[in-house]
Design a protein around this ligand. Structure first.
Ligand code: 3IO
Length: 339
């Protein structure tokens, strides 16, 4: 009886002690991170941001708190990289197409080389970045990269032939804008969020991007035609301020490093599935016509893009970048990941 009494007191004391000493992080230990994003909350760059936040908070047992800022409330589309370097935000999500000259190596992923979907695109983009470690990312810690699904024409007027697209004002940026130009359209460059007003005001007649925006930005309400081209992707990066990264505990850094490829794949997968949902919604709820190019017509469209990789290799080699090797690597990676 006496022995059991002491035993219970022992357990009671141990419990009490562990309650004070135990793993609950103290307020001082909690790391708070601000994460900036440029488009509105329901769009895919913000959906992946919330997923990353949830996973990091869970896997660090609450040691890290991530405050997310969608809709350009902390940093906008074009000052994302510089804002993160300057420490205006700890983390930022950027579309590389808005600064094509700045992200030369990784923007090679938006040459017309046949990336079939966002999952393959995201994994290929990550491997390309890892292999070449381009200096344009040297001042930041790259937390992940991903791509959109292949791009298609969404427009107020039907585009069935190369004649229809000639001189047509369509919104696109970076590599996708060059594709439009090759087809004879008039590409108008602006970040995705600005496209809403540009379409309303009639500044552009449509846009060239991945099709989930038909639903997420409600473009299907004004763009009643989609011309299926499934051409290039838009590449994205999520970057962290380098001093902030260096200040993080090792175990927190490990959680984030372990998420880099996983997050790329998750986002690609989310995008690929969400595009299917958006296509269904556009057809069923919005009566959007999906135009399939005939085999002959498609061959004409493809032929207009043949010169692009070769021209890019020529132009980019002149800057001292191993452009031929990058394109060869991209082709090999796309084939491997597509299996
Ligand atoms: C994009 C950008 C922001 C929100 C949703 C989006 N879906 C596809 C894109 C890519 C694009 O067109 C762009 O401007 O980066």
């Amino acid at each position: 009886m006496k022995k059991i009494g002491w035993f219970l007191i022992g357990i009671f004391t141990a419990t009490l002690l562990s309650a004070f000493m135990a793993p609950m992080p103290s307020v001082a230990e909690t790391v708070k991170l601000n994460y900036a994003n440029f488009p509105p909350a329901p769009t895919f760059p913000c959906v992946q941001m919330e997923r990353w936040k949830t996973e990091v908070e869970k896997r660090t047992n609450g040691k890290v708190l991530v405050n997310t800022f969608p809709g350009g409330t902390l940093l906008g589309a074009k000052n994302m990289m510089d804002g993160v370097i300057a420490g205006q935000a700890d983390i930022g999500c950027l579309s590389m197409a808005y600064q094509p000259g700045r992200f030369v190596v990784t923007n090679a992923s938006s040459l017309p080389l046949g990336i079939p979907n966002a999952t393959v695109g995201s994994l290929v983009l990550w491997d390309l970045y890892q292999k070449y470690q381009p200096e344009e990312f040297a001042k930041v810690k790259v937390l992940t990269m991903f791509t959109t699904a292949p791009t298609n024409i969404m427009s107020k007027v039907p585009v069935r032939t190369l004649d229809d697209i000639k001189g047509l004002d369509l919104r696109a940026s970076g590599g996708a804008a060059k594709i439009l130009a090759a087809w004879g359209a008039n590409p108008v460059g602006m970040p995705m969020p600005a496209t809403v007003e540009a379409l309303q005001k009639g500044v552009v007649k449509g846009l060239y991007s991945s099709l989930e925006v038909m639903k997420d930005f409600k473009f299907a309400e004004t763009c009643k035609y989609v011309t299926v081209t499934d051409t290039v992707i838009y590449p994205f990066a999520v970057v962290m301020n380098m001093d902030k990264w260096n200040s993080l505990p090792k175990d927190v850094q490990k959680v984030m490093d372990d998420l880099r490829v996983e997050q790329a794949q998750w986002t690609g997968n989310y995008m690929d599935n969400h595009v299917k949902t958006a296509i269904e919604w556009s057809k069923t709820n919005q009566g959007v016509e999906f135009i399939q190019l005939s085999k002959e017509e498609k061959a004409n469209w493809d032929a207009k893009l043949d010169f692009m990789a070769t021209k890019w290799i020529g132009d980019t080699s002149a800057k001292g970048i191993p452009a031929q090797a990058i394109v060869d690597d991209l082709k090999r990676m796309i084939a491997e990941k597509s299996k």
